[in-house]
Design a protein around this ligand. Structure first.
Ligand code: HEM
Length: 309
């Protein structure tokens, strides 16, 4: 038996990469039987069309570019490393860069969300009336928005993991981010209404209302391109061709929502009125936390998933 072939055979089943890579993917797909025993992993190979779906990702991505995977050098560089470790359920950190960026996002959110809540809860909440739920709920919405995007950022995996990632994406965004954004923004709007105050008078308010409306459109567009096989866009590859617009729009939207929060926490009359003692808190939450989230998210972007030509 040739040396290379015997080396391949002796590799333990747990050491095989489950995600797509640029090189050697077909040979890996050919190696996929018999099914290895992964106790913690919903094995995409449970699906009968696994190898077919896997190959389909390579040959017919939504951009029609012939390869939807292994799209950054670093990912390919980490290939050897990846063969030696288990692949986690959603494989959120396929490369070293993903690990660093995930760390930045987690630290950023851990500063932003609790400190925004603290800024409100340390005030006289009762006196704040309908305004009180606005910062906490909108900060929660941004947090869920960011967390919901994270699983779908790494390169396209085999069908089973891809479906699991999309499920998380939809549940977090539709189940938490959108309702929290809707209720939080409505409370703010209602608070101004019952006090007879003028609406949309600041840059925070303008960007805020734009974020709110755009988020609903974004969700509707995503659903139209994915639900019922993307029937609303003609199904199949026609619907898949819409994904890149959804991605690009999603990144612009999340950037706008982060900027909106910075304007509120950093520059709104209410935030400033909390006084000198809350300046350090506001700097850490909105001047450190949010930029960390932004950088972390940007580092995980795969530009090759958004080719428009
Ligand atoms: C992406 C998240 C957010 C969105 C979409 C948003 C949306 C809005 C909107 C639409 C208004 C204006 C309502 C009206 O004029 O009737 C508003 C006002 C306000 N928001 Fe937010 N908001 C967000 C996050 C925050 C955060 C995190 C804070 C606090 C740190 C905050 C504090 C305020 C304040 C103080 C006002 C009243 C002053 C103003 O109109 O600028 N907001 N927000």
């Amino acid at each position: 038996m040739p040396k290379a072939a015997s080396r391949r055979r002796s590799r333990s089943s747990l050491e095989r990469p489950l995600l797509s890579d640029t090189d050697g993917l077909r040979s890996e797909a050919a190696e996929l039987s018999p099914r290895p025993d992964h106790p913690e992993l919903h094995d995409p190979r449970d699906s009968n069309d696994y190898i077919g779906a896997y190959s389909e990702d390579i040959d017919h991505d939504e951009n029609g570019n012939g390869n939807d995977s292994g799209d950054d050098d670093e990912y390919a560089h980490d290939y050897e490393h990846r063969t030696r470790r288990r692949v986690s359920f959603l494989d959120m950190v396929p490369s070293r860069r993903d690990k660093v960026s995930l760390g930045l996002i987690v630290i950023g959110l851990a500063l932003f969300l609790p400190l925004t809540w603290a800024l409100v809860l340390t005030a006289n909440v009762r006196a704040l009336g309908w305004f009180a739920p606005h910062p906490p709920l909108n900060a929660l919405a941004i947090t869920a928005f960011v967390l919901g995007i994270m699983p779908v950022q790494p390169p396209t995996p085999p069908a089973g993991i891809r479906a699991a990632r999309l499920g998380v994406h939809q549940r977090v965004l539709l189940g938490i981010a959108l309702p929290a954004m809707t209720i939080g923004t409505s409370c703010m709007y209602w608070n101004k209404h019952i006090h007879g105050a003028a609406h949309i008078t600041t840059w925070h308010a303008r960007f805020g209302i734009a974020t709110f409306c755009w988020m609903w459109l974004q969700a509707a567009f995503g659903a139209a391109s994915a639900w019922k096989g993307g029937a609303a866009f003609g199904g199949g590859m026609k619907a898949k061709a819409m994904y890149k617009y959804h991605r690009a729009s999603g990144y612009a939207l999340v950037a706008l929502s982060l900027l909106t929060a910075v304007l509120a926490g950093g520059y709104s009359t209410w935030a400033i009125s909390r006084g000198e003692q809350f300046v350090p808190l506001r700097i850490v939450a909105f001047g450190v936390g949010i930029p960390l989230v932004f950088v972390g998210l940007a580092m995980r972007v795969r530009p090759s998933k958004m080719k428009f030509t």
